[in-house]
Design a protein around this ligand. Structure first.
Ligand code: FEC
Length: 313
């Protein structure tokens, strides 16, 4: 057990700070390979549609502040909270360096994404653990929180509220970021998504036979197979059945209104729904909801307690 505060690395995807940062950001996502001019133009046009950048930076900062305030309320002075991002400064490694420089050697990492995949959340946690270990520190992980009752209840309410303004024959599609099939072999991600969708649908009182389904979104523009079906395809299929008048997309894999929600759903999926004659809406995301951020703080404190426990002889 170490003296002093425990570090908390709240980790998020990151977004370009300005339109000029889009190329460097995209290059980082592509693990150092610069995008082609066409790929860059395509990504820029999506950010342009949102006004040049996404609102993710401000929204992530609000989430970090809310988690910080919840930790402080529960355990005054116990935690030192820092932000660490996957693809933009401050990087995950910067978060570890900040803590180590302050003499904080124990850290709990939590990713602002509810479901675990070795390729997504696992990578954040590995990067944090490696960076802490290099400086003589150690890391514990809150790997998943899609089972959090407060988050499920928030999302079920969001579904119910959105359905109130849609036709009675509306299907709810729970979506998450697609991943390449190759990384999903033996990975818990699809199962976790199915379980949380089922729990939220049940709480929202959706009919299981036709009321809801699962779909994937935002697959990468690479030739390898990505997990499907894609939400755009599902919306078209739904219209073809002739049994639905509307579609409500619930992006359960995301926690805020960033590019993947603001463009891929609010612009692209809405356009497909308009084209095939279905009413369209998507549910609000959790953002910095105080109850859910408080419940995350409880998970963080439980992980900190485990880390502080003296090792068994
Ligand atoms: O608003 C913003 O500026 C940032 C939005 C953003 C979020 C996000 C979340 C996830 N991604 C995940 C997986 C992949 C894989 C690739 C990939 C590529 C991109 C590109 C952009 C982008 N992602 Fe992302 N992602 C966001 C943005 N993502 C931009 C590059 C252009 C494009 O393909 O659209 C493919 C590259 C690779 O092989 O690594 C895979 C997953 C999440 C959800 C979990 C998380 O938040 O970490 C999974 C937000």
């Amino acid at each position: 057990m170490t003296e002093g505060p425990v570090g908390v690395a709240v980790m998020a995807y990151g977004t370009p700070a300005t339109p000029d940062d889009v190329e460097a950001y995209y290059t980082h996502i592509r693990r150092g390979r610069p995008p082609t001019p066409e790929q860059l133009a395509d990504l820029r046009s999506r950010y342009d549609a949102l006004g040049g950048t996404s609102s993710m930076a401000a929204r992530t900062a609000a989430q970090v502040d809310a988690i910080s305030a919840a930790l402080e309320a529960r355990a005054p002075g116990r935690c030192r909270v820092v932000l660490g991002q996957k693809h933009a400064v401050p990087f995950v490694e910067d978060a570890a360096a900040t803590l180590l420089a302050e003499g904080v050697t124990d850290v709990v990492g939590i990713v602002l994404a509810p479901h675990y995949s070795g390729f997504s959340v696992g990578e954040y946690q590995r990067r944090l653990a490696d960076a802490m270990a290099e400086g003589g520190g150690r890391a514990a992980a809150v790997d998943r929180w899609s089972d959090l009752p407060e988050w499920q209840a928030f999302t079920a309410r969001a579904v119910g509220d959105a359905l109130a303004d849609l036709p009675a024959a509306t299907k709810v599609l729970f979506t998450a970021h697609s991943l390449p099939e190759r990384v999903l072999v033996g990975d818990p991600y699809p199962g976790e998504l199915a379980r949380s969708a089922r729990a939220i649908a049940r709480q929202a009182g959706l009919a299981t036979w036709a009321g809801w389904g699962l779909a994937w979104q935002s697959a990468g523009r690479t030739p390898e197979p990505w997990r499907g079906p894609d939400v755009l395809e599902v919306i078209r299929d739904l219209a073809d059945t002739g049994r639905s008048e509307g579609v409500l997309v619930c992006p359960q894999g995301f926690v805020t209104d960033h590019l993947e929600v603001g463009y891929d759903l609010d612009i692209e999926a809405r356009a497909v729904a308009d084209e095939v004659g279905l009413a369209f809406a998507r549910t609000r995301t959790v953002d910095d909801d105080a109850t859910v951020m408080g419940a995350l703080a409880d998970r963080i404190l439980a992980a900190a307690d485990d880390l502080a426990r003296p090792e068994a002889p």
